[in-house]
Structure formats: structure tokens, C-alpha cells
Design a protein around this ligand. Structure first.
Ligand code: NAD
Ligand code: 6OD
Length: 478
């Protein structure tokens, strides 16, 4: 299959092309069209037209039915979506077919259901109300869509994270212009085909491909016709988008980077904590924003935990590559830096050799480090690879101080059997999400997002619908 733009209900491939490289073996898979400023303009114009056309007039039932048809359409082409996601990312097929594609379907289904539960028009009423100096009034609140929403998504969970924003944006009645990562254009193109078949009015969903800085991403986020930006990606990119959006005071919802801590207390079920940390540090080769890169372990179980985690890391096989040669080099540069900073490399630390086509791909070994001071760059900066640093602690307060001493605050994991400790510690960890005795267990209605440099705002359930719509007060004097 080939990547195409989808603008105003029409597939097109104009703009210069750039190569699409398979991370699994380094081969060239095809070419991707790079959206020019004109293509982005066309997409925004098509979205604006959809809002004053049939899409702007659709009611809740019709929107929910459309979302369900999109979910059905992805389901019907499930294997094609899995193939495309595996080709683009190199991730294990099992991961794409149990997480990425089912969650994309789930995103559309969840927002179809949530729309039904939400009183869209008569949001609040006051009869009679009180208004300063003007006697009695009837006040009610109408929620209306923001308009044209730009959705910018990353390469690590390409379809999951794209649909995580597209579904609620459409549910709330907006028109969307989406730009997926330049590294992973294929499932987004399949999604456009499904949406086309699902009968969404032309222009309600548009897709443009291309790079970020100085290219399609920047053209889109600085466009005067864009009314809101929903972005997932690196914190530094978020800052650049914010600067670009400032000229038009465009509202943003940001899901950004992390340096996520795990706290393992001595009373924890150590089997579960080791299993959980293997998952939280090494799933998708650490390329999930929620992955653990800092593990703090209470001293009585520190040695045993490190030994068991390292053994499991060494035994991992069937894992996927880094997304690109550039990202592999970045991760390897941190493996080198860790050594220079004085780390003990307890497992991994290099490039695996397979003796097959994968040797042309962008693989790095799952890696466990110890012995670094908290000031080390390896402990402070997001690496986004299969690597964690493990350090001991002696008291609950020290564990919290270490966990919270970070510019980031996305997700954390607490391992303990002590219920009181879990309730005491969880609210004090400065992250937007705290998992206790589990990791990445998701209910799509819960608030999702980060504090500090990890994001602005919350997505998920009602939180997304709130971001993608605005309340309007109607006041009638009685
Ligand atoms: P990235 O920031 O490099 O790119 C993300 C998207 O932004 C891509 O589509 C890219 O083309 C675009 N982009 C880049 N520069 C831009 C600019 N100046 N203007 C407009 N668009 C621009 O991120 P990535 O490398 O694709 O993804 C990995 C990062 O994303 C990690 O930092 C990870 O933690 C973060 N992430 C966060 C979450 C979350 O939910 N908090 C989820 C996934 C990934
Ligand atoms: O599960 C989700 O809803 C979500 N937004 C996950 C983000 C993962 C980051 O890589």
C-alpha cells in the first residue's frame, strides 16, 4: 500500500516524496508525499467548508452512528491494519494485534457510547437564576465544537494515538486535519480509506503527511484557520508548537514526554513487581511514553530485584527495533553516556546480532543500569528506549523525593502489598497517572495526561469531549 493525503474527500499524492524505511531491516518500503503549504491550506479550507456544510448540521445520533461505522470498518480490515502497523514500526505482530488496532477500534466505540451519555444542549439550567443588577434570569449552557482541529501524532503507537484524538474531536462535532508522524504514515492512510467508506461528509476528516519543523506540521499548527491543536510527542516539540500557535492564541491539548518512575517497596509481591517492570520498561522496546526509565527499590530487596530484572532483560527475545537509525543512534548515545557517567551495565548495553535480515534493522539490547547519581543525564533525560536505571532507597519519604525530582510527570507505578501505603503514596507522586501494582491498565473514561513538562490538559472520556468543545452561556432575562 502507499501513503496518500486525504483532503476534502479526495485522495491525492502531490508534494515532493520522501522514502519510507522499514525499521525491522532497514529496507526502503516506498515513498511518502510531503504536504506543501498549499496541501495544508486545502485541507484547512475543506474542514472549514464541512463545518458550514452537512457535517456542521449532524446531530449526536448521526455522529455516534458514524463513529461506530468507522470502528466496524477498521475491524473488517483488521489484518491489513496490523500488517501496516508492523511494517511502519517493526513492532511485534502480537503487540499490534492485541494493543494498537483493538484500541483504535475501542477509541471510536468508546466515544460513540460517551456521546449518548452526555447532555449536549441543556447542560445546566437555573430557573430562576440570580444575575447581578439585572433581576432574574434563565441561564443555560450550550456546548459547541471548537471548529477545525489539528491533530499531530507520533510514531510509537501510530493508529492508537491518532484515533485517541480524532474520535473525540469528531464526536464533539469538529472537523479534523490530522498529520501523523512522517515515520508511520500507513495506518493513517488506511484510516482515511475507512472513514471515506463510512460516509463521513467530505472535509470532516482530512489527512496530510509530512515532517514537522519547517514543514507540514508547522504549516498546520501555525495556520490561522485552525481553532485548536491536539498534539502528542516530545516536550521540546510541544514547546515549538506552542510558540507557533501563540500568534493566533490557538488552544492546545498536549501529551508529552516522560521519565517515569517505579517505586518498589520491600513488602511488594516481588514476582509481580519484576514481571510488571519487565513490561513497563521493555514493552515496545521502551518506546511508549508511559514506560518506566527510573526504578527505585527499597534497600532490603534491591540486590534481588536487580538480579532478577537483569536476568529477565537478558532473556528477552522477539522484541522490535527502534523506529529509525537516528533514534537507534540516540539511544546508543545514552548507553555510552551512562558508562561515561559511571553506570554499571547489569544487562544489555549494546546492539544485538541476529545473523539474519534484522541485522540491517535498528535494534538495541534491553538494558538495565545501576550506580548513577540522580544528577546524571541518563537518569534525568527521556531516552525512549528499552532501558531503566535502578537505584535503592531507605524510606517512603526518600522514595517520593527521588520520584518527584524530575522535570517530567507523566506516569508512575507503585509496587506494595500495604494498602495504607498505596493510598498514602499514590496522591503524593507528582505524575498525572499513578498505577498501583499494575502498569498501563487503561479505562478510556479516566483522565489521561501529565504534569510539569509532560503535558497540558487531560484527555480521555469527558475530559476529551470538554477540550474539543466549548461551553457557551445563554442568558435570558425574565
Ligand atoms: P516528535 O515530537 O518528534 O513528533 C511528534 C509529531 O510532531 C510528528 O508528527 C512530527 O512530525 C510532529 N512535529 C515535529 N516537530 C514539529 C513542529 N515544529 N511543528 C509541528 N509538528 C511537529 O515525537 P516522536 O519522536 O514522534 O514521539 C516520541 C515522543 O513522544 C517521546 O517524547 C514520547 O514520550 C512522546 N509521547 C508522549 C505521549 C503521551 O501520551 N504523553 C504518547 C506518545 C509519545
Ligand atoms: O492509552 C492511551 O490512551 C494513551 N494515550 C497512551 C499513550 C501512550 C504513549 O506512548
Amino acid at each position: 500500500m502507499k501513503a496518500e493525503h486525504y483532503v476534502g474527500g479526495v485522495f491525492r499524492s502531490d508534494g515532493p516524496a520522501f522514502p519510507l524505511v522499514a525499521p525491522a531491516d532497514g529496507t526502503e518500503m516506498g515513498a511518502v508525499p510531503e504536504a506543501t503549504r498549499e496541501v495544508v491550506d486545502d485541507a484547512v479550507t475543506a474542514a472549514q467548508a464541512a463545518l458550514v456544510g452537512p457535517w456542521g448540521a449532524t446531530g449526536v445520533e448521526e455522529r455516534a452512528a458514524t463513529l461506530r461505522r468507522i470502528a466496524d470498518g477498521i475491524q473488517a480490515r483488521f489484518e491489513e491494519f496490523v500488517d501496516a502497523e508492523v511494517a511502519d514500526t517493526g513492532k511485534p505482530r502480537e503487540l499490534a494485534s492485541t494493543v494498537d488496532i483493538p484500541r483504535a477500534i475501542g477509541n471510536f466505540r468508546a466515544y460513540a457510547e460517551l456521546l449518548y451519555g452526555r447532555p449536549e444542549r441543556a447542560y445546566t439550567t437555573q430557573i430562576p437564576g440570580w444575575s447581578a443588577g439585572a433581576g432574574q434570569a434563565l441561564n443555560y449552557t450550550v456546548r459547541r465544537p471548537l471548529g477545525v482541529v489539528a491533530v499531530i501524532s507520533p510514531w510509537n503507537l501510530p493508529l492508537l494515538l491518532l484515533t485517541w484524538k480524532v474520535a473525540p474531536a469528531l464526536a464533539a462535532g469538529n472537523a479534523v486535519v490530522a498529520k501523523p508522524s512522517e515515520e508511520t504514515p500507513l495506518t493513517a492512510t488506511l484510516l482515511a480509506q475507512v472513514i471515506d467508506q463510512a460516509g463521513l461528509p467530505s472535509g470532516a476528516f482530512n489527512l496530510v503527511h509530512g515532517h514537522g519543523a519547517g514543514a507540514a506540521g508547522e504549516f498546520l499548527t501555525g495556520h490561522p484557520g485552525v481553532d485548536a491543536i491536539a498534539f502528542t510527542g516530545e516536550s521540546a516539540t510541544g514547546a515549538a508548537i506552542m510558540r507557533n500557535a501563540a500568534d493566533h492564541v490557538t488552544p492546545v491539548s498536549f501529551e508529552l514526554g516522560g521519565k517515569n518512575p517505579a517505586l518498589v517497596f520491600a513488602d511488594a509481591d516481588l514476582d509481580a513487581a519484576v514481571d510488571g517492570t519487565v513490561r513497563s520498561s521493555f514493552t515496545h522496546s521502551g518506546q511508549i511514553c508511559l514506560c518506566t526509565e527510573r526504578v527505585y527499590v527499597e534497600r532490603p530487596v534491591f540486590e534481588e530485584f536487580v538480579a532478577r530484572l537483569a536476568e529477565r532483560a537478558r532473556a528477552l527475545d522477539g522484541y522490535g527495533p527502534m523506529i529509525s537509525a537516528e533514534h537507534r543512534d540516540k539511544v546508543l548515545s545514552y548507553y555510552r553516556l551512562a558508562r561515561e557517567e559511571g553506570a554499571e551495565v547489569v544487562a544489555g548495553g549494546g546492539v544485538p546480532s541476529f545473523g539474519d535480515a534484522r541485522d540491517g534493522g535498528f535494534y538495541v539490547e534491553p538494558t538495565v543500569l545501576t550506580g548513577l547519581p540522580e544528577t546524571a543525564r541518563t537518569v534525568r533525560e527521556e531516552i525512549f528506549g528499552p532501558v531503566c536505571h535502578v537505584a535503592p532507597f531507605d524510606t517512603e519519604d526518600e522514595a517520593l523525593r527521588l520520584a518527584n525530582d524530575s522535570p517530567y510527570g507523566l506516569a508512575s507505578t507503585v509496587w506494595t502489598r500495604d494498602l495504607s501505603r498505596a493510598h498514602r503514596v499514590a496522591p503524593r507522586v507528582q505524575t498525572g497517572i499513578v498505577w498501583v501494582n499494575c502498569w498501563n491498565l487503561r479505562d478510556l473514561r479516566t483522565p489521561f495526561g501529565g504534569v510539569k513538562a509532560s503535558g497540558i490538559g487531560r484527555e480521555g472520556g469527558e475530559y476529551s469531549l470538554d477540550f474539543f468543545s466549548e461551553p457557551v452561556n445563554v442568558c435570558i432575562q425574565i
